[in-house]
Design a protein around this ligand. Structure first.
Ligand SMILES: *Cc1c(COP(=O)(O)O)cnc(C)c1O
Length: 796
């Protein structure tokens, strides 16, 4: 690397002058990222060598999504040269922020699950732990959201610029993956060996991305696989064109759905493609006896999407390495561990047995055998039929991936305490009874380096001026801020920082959307995937209640608020798409109403992404975390808001419970049904929407305004919303929680009117947020699941 700013400037200019379009920002981006790649590369190679030589145990994190966000700025920061480079560029007339904007943003995730994987990569490297990611290089990523007439449209995301890609193609490390075919038993070396004939082979080519930890010493690898044609002969009768298309499809695009099972054969192909290529690599790179695999390797599967790793590892150990079942099973079940992310039934993966058998005949045989052996063991216990059913992997013509994942792993974790409790007591009660020590909780976290240090340098500076900067390495030390919650001069500075971030966001929105918002208003943000359980509908209906109130009561003139929404709806999720349309129609109405517009503004930010999130979290006053209790496994957006001093309005759901435990009930605004109450209603089936509406004329008026199409620009625009609220008896309790939600907002606003009280709450939230750093999360995984050792840094 360079030693000084002057050296950097010289080197940068020299390279830029050799570029054809040296005047363009893109050329500056290209030069800078080339330099950063070179700086990283030596350390990266050294890391690989040392990790091999010292035989450190390696973690491999298998995930169908990695929502990394832009890479350049993150690398500059972790290399500790962000300000030096920024200053150097500025002296030469460049803006680093503008250069960073040149980077196409990889859209390789839907939301929280994918972002979690990316935060984990950052924390692993920053803690000096040998942990690597395995994922898929989707060419079209997740769709880009385009809003037209208030409706969501979808276009492919072109995020790959082959010249500037952070991933480096590793042709020589390609693997071949078999699909379809028939299994034959053949005698080899005096034993029966299953052999797959007539398979269709697909080549998996890895693209390796360096993951630089804070301080720049540890560089791990994120390996993303791309599907290409294999040079194997095609089975008889298969057309080349058909094959070509089928292959290219595998890494074409990411399924746009994070909480509904896609059930598509392409998705299944993607899952096997990821597992097989990654496992083949792990087994081939090893230089120790196979029996020692669990001593050298831990594999974490991020939800059930990579659960085929279990039968695939069995296949490789038995069919390719000649192991017997018992030994292979022993190794597999001491290598793989599983993170559960949801208890929503519609999100539980179940693959049709016939489909799985046709696509992966040998894998299906192995799953059958896992199921058969497990059934035998279960039979030894005195269980009723219903319990036995819950312990079956193959049941009702489908393979239950969560059951497979639990049976084949040595540890299973939920992602927040409440979620893990629900898993253990209800959703997976029988499995937990059977494997009493397998289940445990590890609450999610976020990379504070990206979400606070990088996204909010102004707040970072303020915090460090108050308590020093050790908290950046040890975020729990943010506790030191607690006494400042009563310090008027600190609170005044906190207010100035927030106002500055709000101004920056407002300016960006003006440029991007042409919309004008008032930085003096309360910024109230609800940004996440649009889904029934996340209740964007409740938020927008509350705004209509306020609208009605403004028009009916001259004395009701509340402090101005800007309601910010952002999030994508899955293209086939009609309900969510109508909610999105409703938000946009309401925005049109409210923002143009002569009376309402002085008090309420609605802003929908198109195509929510990591880089947009980085602007919104720091600028928000209020964090909307209003999911139906028991439905949100953890949430991580809630933590990003908290860390940036936004105050939570929310239900006792997911990690909200632990956030409130940290800050105290006086420093958050909690309302609504508890998880227990929701589950009780669901069990007893004794909730009726009409009971909620019966004595509430305000809600009745609201419902009629909604159902007659007045709010959404047409009756047809709320057909699915009506179906859910009326015909399906409001399964997410939107109407039931609406008045309590409104009261919580009233409490919140009255505190906001008292700046010292409000800012004190904000300060406490920041001070207590350190525990939600993903460094803490990763340390817990490492201590309790993976058993990793910190790398020694003597090679730097
Ligand atoms: C953090 C994050 C999410 C997850 O948000 P939740 O509120 O936890 O659902 C989704 N998308 C992006 C871009 C994020 O940064």
């Amino acid at each position: 690397m360079f030693e000084t700013k002057e050296r950097f400037k010289k080197d940068f200019m020299m390279r830029l002058e050799q570029r054809e379009e040296r005047e363009s920002l893109h050329a500056a981006y290209s030069v800078l990222s080339e330099m950063v790649k070179e700086w990283i590369n030596d350390d990266w190679q050294a890391n690989k060598r040392v990790q091999r030589e010292e035989a450190h145990k390696q973690l491999y994190y298998f995930s169908i999504e990695f929502l990394t966000g832009r890479i350049l700025g993150q690398n500059l920061m972790n290399l500790s040269v962000h300000s030096l480079v920024s200053d150097g560029l500025e002296e030469m007339g460049f803006s680093l922020a503008e250069i960073e904007e040149q980077e196409l943003e990889p859209g390789l995730g839907n939301g929280g699950l994918g972002r979690l994987a990316a935060c984990f990569m950052d924390s692993l490297a920053s803690l000096g732990l040998p942990g690597h990611g395995y994922g898929i290089r989707y060419k079209g990523g997740l769709f880009t959201q385009v809003i037209k007439d208030g409706y969501q449209g979808e276009t492919p995301t072109h995020w790959i610029d082959e010249k500037e890609d952070w991933g480096m193609r590793q042709e020589e490390l390609a693997k071949n993956i078999p699909f379809y075919g028939n299994v034959h038993l053949e005698v080899q070396d005096n034993r029966l060996k299953p052999v797959l004939r007539n398979a269709v082979w697909v080549k998996a080519v890895p693209y390796d991305m360096p993951v630089v930890g804070a301080g720049g010493k540890t560089v791990n690898t994120l390996r993303l696989w791309q599907a290409e044609s294999a040079s194997y002969p095609l089975p008889e009768g298969m057309e080349q064109d058909f094959y070509q298309q089928a292959v290219s499809e595998i890494s074409d695009r990411l399924y746009p759905d994070d909480s509904q099972q896609a059930g598509k054969v392409l998705r299944l192909r993607q899952q096997y493609f990821l597992c097989s290529s990654s496992l083949q690599t792990i087994l081939q790179e090893r230089d120790y006896p196979l029996s020692e695999l669990p001593k050298h390797v831990a594999i974490q599967i991020n939800d059930t999407h990579p659960a085929l790793a279990i039968p695939e590892l069995m296949r490789l150990l038995m069919d390719e390495q000649g192991m017997v079942w018992e030994e292979a099973w022993e190794i597999t079940t001491h290598t793989i561990s599983y993170t559960n992310h949801t208890i929503l039934q519609e999100a539980m993966e179940r693959w049709d047995s016939a489909l799985l058998e046709a696509l992966l005949p040998r894998i299906y045989m192995i799953i059958q055998e896992i199921d058969r052996r497990f059934r035998e063991k279960v039979l030894e216990q005195d269980l009723d039929e219903a319990a036995r059913k819950k312990l079956s992997i193959i049941e009702g013509g489908a393979v239950h991936m969560a059951t497979l994942a639990v049976v084949g792993s040595y540890k299973v974790n939920g992602v927040a305490r409440l979620h893990t409790d629900i898993l253990k007591m209800r959703e997976m009660k029988e499995l937990n009874d059977y494997f009493p020590h397998k289940f445990h909780n590890i609450t999610n976290g976020i990379a504070h380096r990206r979400w606070l240090v990088k996204a909010n340098p102004e707040l970072t500076g303020l915090i460090s001026s108050a308590i020093g900067d050790e908290w950046i390495r040890e975020p729990i030390k943010l506790h030191g801020l607690n006494p400042f919650a009563g310090d008027p001069s600190f609170l005044q500075d906190l207010q100035s920082v927030k106002l500055l971030k709000k101004r920056q966001l407002a300016e960006w929105i003006r440029k991007q959307h042409g919309a004008v918002i008032d930085p003096e208003s309360v910024f109230d943000a609800h940004i996440k995937r649009v889904h029934g359980y996340k209740r964007q509908l409740m938020n927008i209906l509350h705004i209509q209640l306020l609208f009605n109130h403004l028009h009916s009561d001259r004395n009701f003139r509340p402090h101005p608020r800007t309601f910010i929404f952002g999030g994508k709806a899955a293209p086939s999720y009609h309900f969510a798409k109508q909610v999105l349309k409703l938000i946009n129609a309401m925005a049109d109405k409210v923002n143009n109403d002569p009376l309402a517009k002085n008090h309420l503004r609605i802003l929908f930010i198109e195509d929510y992404s990591v880089s947009k999130a980085e602007r919104i979290f720091p600028a928000s006053d209020v964090s909307e975390q209003i999911s139906t209790a028991s439905k949100e496994a953890s949430g991580t957006g809630n933590m990003k808001f908290m860390m940036n001093g936004a105050v939570t309005i929310g239900t006792y759901d997911g990690a909200n419970v632990e956030i409130v435990e940290q800050v105290g009930e006086d420093n958050a605004f909690i309302f609504g049904l508890s998880a227990k109450q929701v589950m009780q209603f669901e069990k007893e089936k004794n909730y009726f929407t009409n009971d909620t509406l019966a004595h509430d004329p305000e809600l009745q008026l609201l419902m009629s305004q909604l159902l007659n199409g007045e709010l959404s620009g047409g009756e047809g625009n709320v057909s699915y919303i009506k179906k859910q609220l009326v015909d399906e008896n409001d399964p997410f309790f939107v109407l039931k929680d609406l008045q309590p939600y409104r009261k919580a907002h009233e409490r919140l606003l009255s505190v906001y009117e008292e700046p010292s009280a409000w800012l004190g709450i904000s300060a406490v939230n920041i001070a207590q947020s350190g525990i939600f750093s993903s460094d803490r999360t990763i340390q817990q995984y490492s201590d309790h699941v993976w058993n990793l050792e910190e790398l020694t840094n003597h090679y730097t």
